[in-house]
Design a protein around this ligand. Structure first.
Ligand SMILES: [Zn+2]
Length: 452
């Protein structure tokens, strides 16, 4: 039977998502155990025996397994249970009410990412219900703490209970949303994410009276030069395999993009100039692509001074630096220190706040092929492309251990005044029921194709 949208699961999956939204897992503090227990109960009804792991009190993750014959590698369905904060005053519905109206399920986590948790739970249930014989183990892990770095969730499970969750293949958040071009939807599969280096720079000086500037050494003025230097730094472009593939796929059947991207692929060193030209016709797209071609350094916090008439002896700033797959944290630190040296070799201090290496999985795998084949069954005209995410997900912990991870939560785009709406972390976060059912259906078919 060809792949089709599973209309019959609609009520069940709406219920799963609404109930998950009603369990407030705002992190901090998290309280994911309540949600983990809810999932264990739902899967328990279907005959699964789930295991709960708490990294700290109330910080629970839940794991379930559907055994296969072992002829194929195992696959992990990963999701996180925690959400970011929501201020009810800003919302038009209760963000933790699990409201269903106007064809949407509303609430914090409706997109990021309790919807995918619901889809993954639904897929596990369906496979068991229909007694589908799998050739590899299918594991589900819904984890704590992703929004605060994942150390008490995915990372904890991999460190303490690798035999429960490790799998050569992983499906997680971060991709799946289709990008509409003039003639078709291009579905994204997140195959890579940038790494991050958050660092602090302290500028020192000599204090003095605000009325006598030249008798002091103003730390704010020194920091000003640092912000100029780092904030305007133009890194060398680097074309990763994921981004090459992405540009080529997006350009297909789109003459304007084809013209720009063909030149860009041939002359990455001219990327800024080419993207400046593209920005005149497609500003949003151009600025989405630019940070995918190079390292970025963005000043995000600055502190200095204590009193109106005192020249400060210290000023501190935090920078958010993001690096591409193929670049390394250690070398990036060397580069930043060298830039700081050009500003001032003595009165600047560098300190790493947090660092995460970038990660990338190849798109040439049987899982990617299964995803692509199933998407074409649902939508024969669609495009499919690997995608590099500028932010990070828990996938990095698994990629570091050798897993092939894809961010794939299949969704059709919602376009408002020409722009694809992204609702994660936003006010009135919601997912259409159509997308919820569509996503679960695509995942179900893709997993069957890959594992039977
Ligand atoms: Zn998320």
């Amino acid at each position: 039977m060809p792949a089709q949208v599973l209309k019959e699961i609609e009520e069940e999956i709406i219920d799963l998502l609404s109930n998950l939204i009603r369990i407030n897992t705002t992190n901090p503090p998290g309280n994911e155990t309540a949600a983990a227990k809810y999932i264990a109960k739902q899967l328990g009804k279907e005959g699964f025996r789930c295991e709960l792991f708490e990294s700290a009190p109330k910080r629970g993750s839940v794991v379930a397994r559907l055994k296969g014959t072992g002829e194929k590698p195992s696959l992990l369905l990963l999701s996180h249970l925690d959400v970011v904060a929501a201020d009810p005053k800003e919302w038009s519905v209760d963000p933790f009410g699990g409201v269903v109206k106007d064809g949407f399920v509303w609430g914090r986590g409706a997109v990021d990412m309790k919807s995918m948790t619901a889809m993954e739970v639904m897929v596990m249930k369906l496979l068991k219900r229909h007694d589908v014989k799998l050739k590899g183990d299918l594991i589900l892990a819904a984890t704590a703490d992703e929004e605060q770095g994942g150390l008490l969730g995915a990372d904890y499970l991999l460190r303490r209970h690798p035999e429960k969750v490790f799998a050569p293949y992983v499906l997680n958040e971060g991709g799946g949303l289709a990008l509409p071009t003039r003639s078709r939807n291009v579905f994204t599969v997140q195959t890579a994410e940038k790494g991050l280096l958050w660092f602090k720079v302290k500028a020192k000086g000599i204090p003095g009276h605000g009325s006598l500037p030249n008798l002091a050494d103003n730390a704010i003025m020194r920091m000003n030069r640092v912000v100029e230097k780092l904030g305007n730094y133009r890194a060398q472009p680097l074309l990763t395999p994921t981004v090459k593939h992405f540009l080529a796929e997006m350009a297909r059947e789109e003459p304007v993009l084809q013209e720009h991207f063909t030149r860009l692929l041939a002359n990455p060193e001219l990327s800024d100039q080419i993207l400046d030209e593209l920005a005149k016709i497609a500003p949003h797209l151009a600025e989405e692509i630019r940070p995918r071609l190079k390292m970025t350094i963005t000043p995000t916090i600055i502190h200095g001074g204590v009193k109106e008439n005192v020249i400060p002896s210290e000023c501190a700033a935090i920078f958010d630096c993001r690096i591409l797959p193929g670049q390394e944290i250690a070398k990036t630190i060397d580069l930043i220190k060298a830039l700081l040296n050009e500003v001032d070799s003595e009165k600047l201090e560098f300190e790493t706040v947090q660092a995460q290496e970038p990660s990338e999985s190849p798109a040439e795998t049987p899982l990617y092929e299964a995803i692509a084949a199933v998407l074409r069954e649902f939508e024969p005209n669609c495009g499919i492309t690997p995608m590099l995410m500028t932010g990070g997900t828990d996938s990095r912990f698994f990629r570091k251990r050798g897993s092939i991870c894809y961010g794939f939560q299949p969704m059709h785009p919602e376009v408002v005044s020409g722009k694809v709406v992204k609702r994660e972390h936003g006010i009135d976060e919601r997912i259409s029921i159509e997308n919820l059912v569509f996503g679960a259906s695509v995942l179900y078919e893709a997993i069957k194709k890959f594992m039977t």
